[in-house]
Design a protein around this ligand. Structure first.
Ligand SMILES: O=C(O)CCC(=O)C(=O)O
Ligand SMILES: [Fe+2]
Length: 223
């Protein structure tokens, strides 16, 4: 019995609705939520295992912009990415876990989250992602950004922090250390953010919930 209790207590804070409720409340109150040691431990380990078992050629140079406007721009970002599909066990469980979070947040905050997309990102030493928004107001695409980190034993002088700015004027920001299991959620249109260069390899998963914009009346191309 004790062993079972023990196992449960190691399953990670992020397992249940209590954690989802904390995210919902943070989003409602502040628009962002920063959670150290939040990713369920087994899920984090299996994602990290999968990530490190993949050959480097599964990763591509990250770009900016969508569809026809998509391009690689080494001034803005220099990381490599690999989209997460349900093909691997770890990937499937990650998508399932986020699907429960999506259901929870839709019930609790009426966000109308419709789809989820997610990629591993590898920042080699010196890589960065300059200050940016994940979505632009009025474009009704990415609504909520979710980032988790898969780096064991990250040290304060390893760098590589995510800096979240409160608004366009904020130059100081809040620094988040990319330690294993830390999970950050924020409104994609509200918070400019950047990734500072690190002195070691930095692994993260960046994800976005989208609303269904296919019914929007946006003229495309614009008149
Ligand atoms: O890895 C991170 O800390 C954030 C990455 C990011 O901002 C992005 O991919 O849009
Ligand atoms: Fe971003």
């Amino acid at each position: 019995m004790a062993a079972i209790l023990n196992l449960n207590s190691h399953s990670g804070e992020g397992e249940g609705t209590e954690f989802f409720e904390k995210i919902a409340k943070d989003i409602q109150d502040k628009g962002f939520s920063i959670n150290p040691c939040a990713l369920p431990h087994m899920l984090g380990e299996s994602l990290a295992g999968h990530l490190h078992s993949m050959p480097q050629f599964n990763f591509e140079q990250a770009g900016i912009g969508r569809e026809s406007e998509h391009s690689v721009n080494n001034f803005v970002r220099t990381d490599d990415i690999c989209w997460i599909t349900g093909e691997s066990d770890a990937g499937r469980r990650w998508l399932e876990w986020n699907s429960s979070l999506q259901t929870f947040l839709n019930r609790r905050l009426f966000l109308g989250l419709f789809s989820f997309e997610s990629h591993f990102a590898h920042y080699s030493p010196g890589d960065f992602y300059k200050r940016h928004f994940d979505a632009f107001k009025g474009e009704a695409n990415r609504v909520l950004s979710v980032v988790v980190y898969l780096n064991h034993a990250w040290q304060p002088d390893d760098g590589g922090e995510l800096v979240i700015y409160q608004n366009e004027q904020d130059q100081e920001g809040i620094k988040v250390t990319p330690s294993f299991g830390t999970m950050v959620v924020f409104l994609s249109e509200e918070f400019p953010h950047e990734v500072l260069p690190a002195s070691r390899d930095r692994f993260s998963i960046a994800s976005w919930y989208r609303v269904n914009s296919s019914t929007s009346e946006k003229a495309d191309p614009p008149a």
